[in-house]
Design a protein around this ligand. Structure first.
Ligand SMILES: *Cc1c(COP(=O)(O)O)cnc(C)c1O
Length: 428
C-alpha cells in the first residue's frame, strides 16, 4: 500500500485487499495450524525459505493483515502484533538486548513498563538506567555504557503526560550506535509518527486508542527499517550472525534492514514466548483502526474543552494537558503533534486526596476504571487504587501526587462531560 495515501485512507484500505469474490472485511482465520501437501513444502517454511503459515503461535494471517495496516500508518517496513502492549515492549527490547546488556529508558513511562524493566528484566540480567526525559543532551549522553543496546521512551507518557523530545533522544541513541524505541500508544500514528523524527522502532499497546472500544487487549511492534544493525555487528550479534535455531540464517543478510528485526522477533521470540494476539482480537482491533482518525480528533477536542474548563474552575489547583497554552509540554507538543495530543488529562483539586475521592464518587458519566483511551470517559485516582501501597512521599517521587486524578475523555458530547464534571465539583 502506498504510504503517500492519507491516514484516513490507510485506516480503511491498508493491510488487506480482497481478490475477486473474497470477503470484504478481513477474515478471522481461527485456526491453530495450516495444512500442506508435502513435508518438503513445510520444511521450506521452517527454514524461512518460503512465505506462509504453519502454526498460529508464531504468525497468523489475520494478525499479519492488521499488523500491515499499523505498519503503513507508522510508515514502517515491517510489523507484528503481540498479545498485549507489555509483550510488545518486552519483545522489542529483548530482540536486541539480553543478559549482560543495558538500556536507557525515560523515567516517565507507563508503570507496567517501569516494572518490566526495573524488576523483571533486571532478573534476566538486563540493567536499565532511568533518565528524566527533560534532561540535557549532556546528561543523556553520560548515561550510555559500552553494553547499552537501546534507548526507550513514550511519545506522551502514561500517566505523567510528559512529551518526549524524540529528536533529542534519537540523536543521542544514534551517536552511540543504538536504536531509539518509542512507545507511541497515547499519540497514535494519527497524531505523531515517531519515525519521521528519528525513532527506529515503534511499539503500541493497541488496547488503548487503536482498539478504542475497551474490547481487546493487544500490542504491536513496527520497524522503520532504517537502523543499520550491520554497522555494529558486535553490538547486535543476534541480527548479524547466524541463528543456529534457524539453520544458520543471518537475519540481516537474508531479510535486509527492512525485514531483519521483525523476522527475528517472530521466528525466535514469538516461537519461544508465544505471546501472539488472537485472531479474534486482531479483528476487533482492525474495526477500531478503521475509525481511528475520526475518534482521535474527537478525543482531543473533548480533552481540550474539558482541560480549559478545569483550568478556569476555582476548585481546581492544577491541570496537566499538553494542548493547554502554558503547559510545560505545550511547545514540544506543537512541534511533534500539531494536530492534537491525546484525550487524557491529569489534574488536582484543592483539598487533595479527599477532594479527589469525593469528586470521583459523584461523577455520573465518567466511570472509575484502570483504563484509558477508549470511547467511554473514565477516571482513576492512582493514590487510592493502582498506587495505594505507596506513601504520599513515594507518590510525589513517582510523579503521581496524592491529589492526581487521571481523566480519559471519551467520545461523548463535550458539553455533557463538562456538565457532569461541574456537578461533581459542586459536591467537593
Ligand atoms: C497500557 C500501556 C502499556 C501496556 O499495554 P497492555 O496492552 O495493557 O499490556 C504500555 N505502554 C503504554 C503507554 C500504555 O498506556
Amino acid at each position: 500500500m502506498e504510504t503517500k495515501l492519507h491516514p484516513e485512507t490507510l485506516c480503511i484500505q491498508a493491510g488487506y485487499s480482497p481478490k475477486n469474490g473474497e470477503p470484504r472485511q478481513i477474515p478471522i482465520v481461527q485456526s491453530t495450524t495450516f495444512k500442506y501437501d508435502t513435508s518438503e513444502d513445510m520444511g521450506k517454511l521452517f527454514d524461512l525459505e518460503a512465505d506462509g503459515y504453519f502454526y498460529s503461535r508464531l504468525a497468523n494471517p489475520t494478525c499479519d493483515a492488521v499488523a500491515a495496516k499499523i505498519c503503513a500508518l507508522e510508515g514502517g517496513t515491517a510489523a507484528m502484533l503481540t498479545g498485549s502492549g507489555q509483550a510488545a515492549n518486552f519483545l522489542a527490547v529483548f530482540n536486541i538486548a539480553s543478559c549482560g546488556d543495558h538500556i536507557i529508558a525515560s523515567s516517565a513511562i507507563y508503570g507496567g513498563s517501569f516494572n518490566l524493566f526495573s524488576v523483571t528484566m533486571k532478573k534476566m540480567g538486563l540493567e536499565t538506567t532511568f533518565i528524566d526525559p527533560d534532561c540535557t543532551e549532556e546528561e543523556l549522553n553520560a548515561a550510555f555504557r559500552p553494553n547499552t543496546k537501546a534507548v526507550f521512551g513514550e511519545t506522551i507518557a502514561n500517566p505523567a503526560l510528559t512529551v518526549l523530545d524524540i529528536e533529542k533522544f534519537a540523536r543521542a541513541a544514534h551517536a552511540h550506535g543504538v536504536p531509539l524505541i518509542v512507545d507511541n500508544t497515547f499519540a497514535t500514528p494519527i497524531n505523531c509518527r515517531p519515525f519521521q523524527w528519528g525513532a527506529d522502532i515503534v511499539t503500541h499497546s493497541t488496547t488503548k486508542y487503536m482498539d478504542g472500544h475497551a474490547s481487546a487487549v493487544g500490542g504491536a511492534i513496527v520497524d522503520s527499517g532504517s537502523f543499520d544493525w550491520t554497522a555494529y555487528p558486535d553490538k547486535f550479534p543476534g541480527l548479524c550472525t547466524p541463528d543456529d535455531s534457524y539453520h544458520g540464517v543471518t537475519y540481516t543478510e537474508r531479510f535486509g534492514l527492512a525485514g531483519a528485526f521483525i523476522t527475528k522477533c517472530t521466528a525466535q521470540l514469538m516461537r519461544d514466548f508465544g505471546c501472539i494476539q488472537s485472531p479474534q482480537s486482531a479483528y476487533l482491533l482492525n474495526l477500531g483502526l478503521e475509525s481511528l482518525p475520526f475518534r482521535m480528533k474527537q478525543h482531543c477536542a473533548n480533552a481540550q474543552a474539558v482541560a480549559e474548563f478545569l483550568q478556569s474552575h476555582e476548585k481546581v489547583k492544577w491541570v496537566k494537558f499538553a494542548g493547554l497554552k502554558g503547559d510545560k509540554y505545550y511547545d514540544l507538543a506543537q512541534k511533534y503533534m500539531p494536530n492534537g495530543t491525546c484525550g487524557v488529562i491529569s489534574f488536582g483539586l484543592y483539598g487533595g486526596r479527599k477532594a479527589a475521592e469525593t469528586f470521583m464518587k459523584h461523577l455520573k458519566l465518567g466511570s472509575i476504571e484502570t483504563h484509558v483511551a477508549d470511547s467511554h470517559t473514565c477516571c482513576l485516582h492512582p493514590a487510592s487504587s493502582t498506587h495505594r501501597q505507596m506513601t504520599d512521599a513515594e507518590l510525589d517521587a513517582a510523579g503521581v501526587g496524592a491529589d492526581l486524578i487521571r481523566l480519559s475523555c471519551g467520545l461523548e458530547n463535550a458539553q455533557d462531560l463538562i456538565a457532569d464534571i461541574a456537578q461533581a465539583l459542586d459536591e467537593v
